[in-house]
Design a protein around this ligand. Structure first.
Ligand code: ATP
Ligand code: MG
Length: 261
């Protein structure tokens, strides 16, 4: 079905030693939402850029929003285009607002479309921390609602943070896939990998890690290397421009398609 998403995302390390590149294929309708965790420099944003590229290739019919709270150079080539790309406080004030209203449109029945709506939010913890208590609580509520109710409407989140904490990641039991890059702290293992923490060896490095699927299956994973970064950037930009053009043709208009500075 056109709305069903199946995306190969990471290589399974156990097969690499037999020279087999077997990918784990993510099916958000079965394993909804993803959290990507790991200390600074562990390769979270690199992995997510590769993932966004795959989503563009495998699901061009989807609508993808990128919120990059830190706003470093890794995605700066997306600025100055009228697409769903936001940095700093625009992530919350325009990005999340727009995305949440699209979810509410589906929930209220105003929008009957069901192509995947995907929000990739990098540095969520830093964003929650930035706001004062009342605003942060509202932000957490929206994230929690999207995590709890999104799947039925084909609405999915990819949330990235250095350190998982209930304060930053509400409703974490609704996150189907957790990818932990590099070695994890005791607290991170405790929070997401409790039953598996003794199996997790401290031999991970940048671009490798553990993946927990539906709280039940632990996999050792390796992030594939991007062979042509310029091509990846072009694919992402072209696809997001197409998605924005489609939005401007529908009654939803170009909702939220601003140019990040
Ligand atoms: N799998 C990989 N293969 C090759 N280079 C990588 C890989 N993962 C990360 N890198 C490189 O390592 C550096 C750090 O990666 P990245 O910015 O993705 O880390 P991060 O976890 O997002 O860190 P931060 O939390 O500080 O944002 C970057 O220069 C990136 O290009
Ligand atoms: Mg990063």
């Amino acid at each position: 079905m056109e709305n069903e998403l199946k995306v190969p995302i990471v290589m399974l390390e156990d097969y690499l030693k037999y020279n087999q590149q077997l990918y784990y294929v993510w099916e958000p309708s079965k394993v909804p939402h993803m959290a990507v965790i790991g200390g600074t420099g562990s390769g979270k944003s690199y992995f997510c850029k590769m993932l966004v590229g795959k989503l563009c290739l495998y699901a061009p019919q989807a609508e993808l929003m990128i919120c990059d709270f830190k706003g470093d150079d890794s995605l700066s080539w997306l600025t100055s285009h009228p697409i769903w790309f936001y940095r700093y406080t625009d992530c919350i004030e325009i990005g999340l607002e727009t995305f949440y209203s699209r979810f509410l449109d589906r929930q209220s029945g105003n929008d009957k479309s069901r192509h995947p709506l995907i929000l990739y939010f990098d540095e969520l913890a830093a964003a929650v921390n930035f706001y004062d208590k009342k605003e942060a609580e509202l932000l957490r509520k929206k994230i929690a609602n999207l995590l709890m109710l999104g799947r039925s409407f084909n609405v999915f989140l990819i949330l990235v943070m250095q350190r998982p904490d209930a304060a930053y990641l509400p409703a974490r039991e609704n996150v189907g896939l957790v990818i932990a890059l590099n070695n994890q702290t005791v607290e991170s293992k405790e929070m997401f990998f409790h039953s598996f923490k003794d199996e997790m060896l401290p031999d991970r490095k940048r671009g490798t890690g553990y993946m927990l699927e539906s709280g039940a299956k632990l996999h050792k994973v390796v992030v594939p290397t991007v062979s042509n970064m310029d091509k990846l950037h072009q694919t992402i930009l072209d696809t997001m421009l197409l998605q924005a053009a489609r939005r401007s043709e529908t009654k939803l208009g170009g909702l939220g398609d601003t140019m990040a500075q």
